[in-house]
Design a protein around this ligand. Structure first.
Ligand code: NAP
Length: 270
């Protein structure tokens, strides 16, 4: 049996196991996906153990994505983002690291037929998900503004990209009016009825992606729907980062519908 999994701390509520196992069931694969929770200072030992035991691949989540980028052979995009969320142990040599959160953002927009080329986009947040979104949108040809609570992080991230600017959350006032894409990558709205973007700034010409997936319909997405904006919930990004990881590991096309059904069932059961 092939073993895949997730390392994070905590991982108790992860919906990745049912999403990936649905793919194995759908394709009749002899494989299993396990959530592992190493102590926060033991990720290196966990990786030695994973390699020794013949684990095929691991996803990586909070708080290990940056640490893992430094201990695996990260591809160019993951190295630029500075975070790895997918590790492939199957080749000889050091494990290879990828960032499929960026593909998750791009493929979530693709799924909804949103062409990002030439679009003006605002990214709220400059943490791990913010960096992945900023690189994904830039690679897809969008011009972006990054707004973050800690201004230096927004400005620093913008300076790493072409066609990007950065500023405080107050800059949302002047930036959202002319934008056609808005991506929330802050954790605001997760398990709480809050939004990082004042509702009065939203307008009907926006497509709004919220990276937060718990709840699936955040306050930001509700407010966006109310003004007639298009919404893409965080489960789409979560789905496509998993689809991308599955395809990286197996070289097969992922059964997207089966993975989506299992993911949404698991999120709704929370
Ligand atoms: P992170 O690296 O810790 O970054 C957190 C971000 O949120 C930072 O920009 C931080 O601003 C901002 N923030 C936190 N509390 C805030 C507040 N009260 N007001 C304003 N800004 C605040 O976390 P992450 O890994 O990027 O994850 C962020 C969110 O994205 C989480 O909800 C996570 O579940 C979600 N996510 C979803 C997916 C998906 O596939 N859908 C993938 C990855 C992450 P400062 O820089 O000022 O601290």
């Amino acid at each position: 049996m092939d073993v895949y999994g997730l390392v994070g701390n905590p991982v108790g509520h992860s919906v990745s196991p049912p999403m990936h196992e649905a793919a194995y069931d759908e394709l009749g694969m002899d494989a299993s996906y396990v959530a592992f929770e190493p102590a926060v200072n033991e990720i290196r030992q966990a990786f030695v153990g994973a390699e020794t035991l013949g684990i095929e691949g691991l996803n990586v989540t909070i708080p290990f994505k940056e640490d893992v980028a430094a201990i695996v052979d990260a591809d160019e995009l993951a190295a630029e983002i500075g975070a790895v969320n997918t590790v492939d142990f199957r080749e000889d040599g050091p494990p290879r690291g990828y960032n499929t959160d960026a593909a998750g953002v791009k493929r979530a927009f693709d799924h909804h037929d949103v062409d990002l080329e030439g679009r003006s986009a605002v990214v709220v947040g400059a943490g791990g998900a913010g960096r992945a979104a900023a690189f994904a949108l830039t690679d897809a040809g969008a011009e972006i503004h990054i707004a973050n609570r800690t201004v230096d992080r927004a400005i620093g991230l913008a300076s790493e990209l072409s066609s990007a600017s950065g500023g405080s959350l107050e800059t949302l006032d002047s930036q959202i009016g002319d934008a056609s894409v808005l991506v929330n990558t802050t954790s605001v709205g997760m398990e709480s009825d809050e939004t990082p973007v004042p509702a009065e700034l939203l307008h009907e010409d926006l497509t709004v992606l919220d990276a937060v997936y718990s709840p699936i319909e955040t306050r930001l997405l509700r407010a966006a729907s109310e003004v007639g904006a298009r919404t893409i919930d965080g489960a789409w990004m979560l789905l496509y980062q998993g689809v991308e990881a599955f395809e990286q590991w197996t070289g097969r096309n992922a059964p997207v519908d089966a993975m989506n059904d299992a993911l949404r069932a698991a999120l709704n059961a929370e």
